[in-house]
Design a protein around this ligand. Structure first.
Ligand code: NAP
Ligand code: F7E
Length: 365
């Protein structure tokens, strides 16, 4: 039975990756940092009683700011595979907290790689680094159709991407210097119904769900023209696993060859909730109206624009498709449908629960 250690446990990718590894009979170890709230709702369904003799899912308190703790964990567990997903992964936040972001997304990776070496596991433990597509900007005009590949020149446009660029190169450096199995997954935006609420897709689907249930009046957004290659996180975690099953470590671009604007995602989401919308220019800004009530439901707020933006990217993932035989199962529209439906369901349940509690409290007052 293989042992996997995953950092960054509480959010989206981890939850899907843990599900995948458990289904493949791995013993899964997860590192959770100490927080005042337990914050595990995305993975509660995977919880196993720690007294179970066949326990496959082990929690360890661990923090990537703490080298000694990482060395001890890695020496004790001796994982066959490490997936480094922990990060400060919000691009806009990285402009507000550049130093913390540098620590989180760059130094932590170095710490983990060093911990593997100090534990004498560099020849046996395989290391996956969650790298990102937005190390690049614009189009690569040296290539046919100007698509990016693993070899295209990099141009990071935020403190987050600058830090991830270092992490990517230090991973490559440890592979070359110490002959480690260390590789980077250069992944495009991947989303899902359990995506963190402040990334744009989830912010949109939650707002659309609430607007459709009369729980919110308006959605405020930033740059609607930015284009992204959005896909389902389930398809992407499969690619992470496949990269560590290769005989030699290689970096792979994981993308879908499709790119859509934030505006298109807003449109699809309202369509899924059966709300017909129409947009109009008013002064310098656009506003979107619900055609059945003529209430304004989407507005632009400059606060959500970034000091530097990656407006458009196109990637060529032929290498992953040919070598890993990776192929996504979802389409972006299927994913949007799933996200809107899941948020509508979630808020309906919350409202029913609230009503239930009011009724109980009323009986006492
Ligand atoms: P995410 O939602 O931001 O999750 C980050 C995780 O890191 C959380 O579980 C967080 O735990 C943990 N973490 C933060 N600080 C920590 C610390 N000091 N010690 C231990 N754990 C800590 O990220 P995601 O969307 O799942 O993405 C996973 C990885 O893929 C990230 O490295 C991200 O940069 C990269 N990536 C993501 C995408 C995407 O579109 N999703 C695309 C390309 C690359 P808390 O709950 O305690 O905060
Ligand atoms: O923004 C625009 C915004 O924050 C997407 C991370 O997982 O993917 C993610 O980074 C676009 C940007 O993701 C709002 O300006 C408009 O152009 O959802 P996002 P991101 O910045 O692409 C990469 C691959 C990662 O590696 C990151 O970890 O949408 N946008 N209005 C907005 N974005 C947000 N968040 N909120 C808005 O109101």
């Amino acid at each position: 039975m293989k042992k996997a250690l995953i950092t960054g446990i509480t959010w989206q990718d981890w939850a899907y990756l843990a599900e995948l590894l458990l289904s493949k009979w791995y013993e899964v170890h997860w590192i959770k940092r100490r927080t005042s709230l337990f914050n595990t709702d995305r993975i509660d369904h995977l919880y196993q009683d720690i007294h179970n003799p066949n326990l496959k899912f082990h929690l360890h308190y661990g923090d990537l700011t703490d080298s000694a703790n990482l060395i001890k964990l890695i020496s004790d567990i001796k994982p066959d595979e490490i997936y480094n997903l922990a990060a400060q992964s919000h691009v806009a936040v990285s402009f507000d907290m550049p130093e913390y972001t540098a620590n989180a997304d760059w130094i932590w990776t170095l710490r983990l790689l060093e911990a593997i070496r100090i534990a004498w596991l560099e020849k046996t433990t395989k290391f996956y680094q969650a790298s990102t597509s937005e190390l690049f900007w614009g189009l690569d005009y040296n290539r046919p159709l100007a698509w990016y590949t693993e070899e295209s020149p990099m141009h990071p446009r935020s403190p987050y991407w600058c830090a991830k660029l270092y992490a990517m190169w230090i991973t490559r450096n440890y592979k070359e210097s110490y002959d480690m199995f260390a590789c980077n997954g250069i992944l495009f935006n991947h989303e899902s119904p359990i995506r963190w609420e402040t990334f744009v897709t989830r912010k949109i689907t939650m707002a659309v769900a609430k607007i459709s249930l009369w729980l919110q009046d308006k959605l405020f957004l930033g740059n609607l023209d930015a284009k992204r290659d959005w896909w389902h996180a389930k398809d992407y975690v499969e690619a992470m696993w496949m990269m560590l099953q290769q005989d030699k470590p290689e970096d792979f671009v994981i993308s879908t060859w499709e790119s859509y604007s934030v505006r298109e995602f807003v449109n699809w989401s309202f369509e899924e909730a059966w709300i017909e919308i129409e947009w109009r220019w008013e002064w310098i800004d656009e506003k979107w109206y619900d055609k059945s009530t003529w209430k304004c439901i989407v507005e632009i707020d400059k606060k959500y624009f970034r000091p530097a933006e990656v407006d458009f990217l196109l990637w060529d993932s032929s290498k992953a498709r040919n070598v890993l035989l990776w192929k996504p199962k979802y389409t972006v529209q299927m994913m949007c449908k799933e996200m809107v439906a899941s948020d509508i369901e979630k808020f309906k349940k919350q409202e029913i629960l609230k009503k239930h509690w009011y009724e109980i409290l009323n009986q006492y007052e």
